[in-house]
Design a binder for this molecule. Sequence first.
Ligand SMILES: [Zn+2]
Length: 88
Amino acid sequence: MDSKEIRKKFEDSIFCYAKLGGQGFVHKNDCFCGKDKSCQAFKDYQRFHERFNELNRQYDGEMNIIGIIQILKPEFENSQWWKDNIKE
Ligand SMILES: [Zn+2]
């Protein structure tokens, strides 16, 4: 790929929270989250990080990532984003 092709590819890419198999870059036509990121996947992503930080503070850093994930799991029972992105 020359630099023009790379730039074109970059311009056509968008970070998609709803990407199946895990969030990441996709062609902009393949992301349906919208510019305001109104998709459920982004909401779940934000909620996860908020809750993760809350629990981390609550346990004063004494709980490891795996422990926190186990606590949060029931809250994200119906989340496709969780299924695609959280490796238990
Ligand atoms: Zn998307």
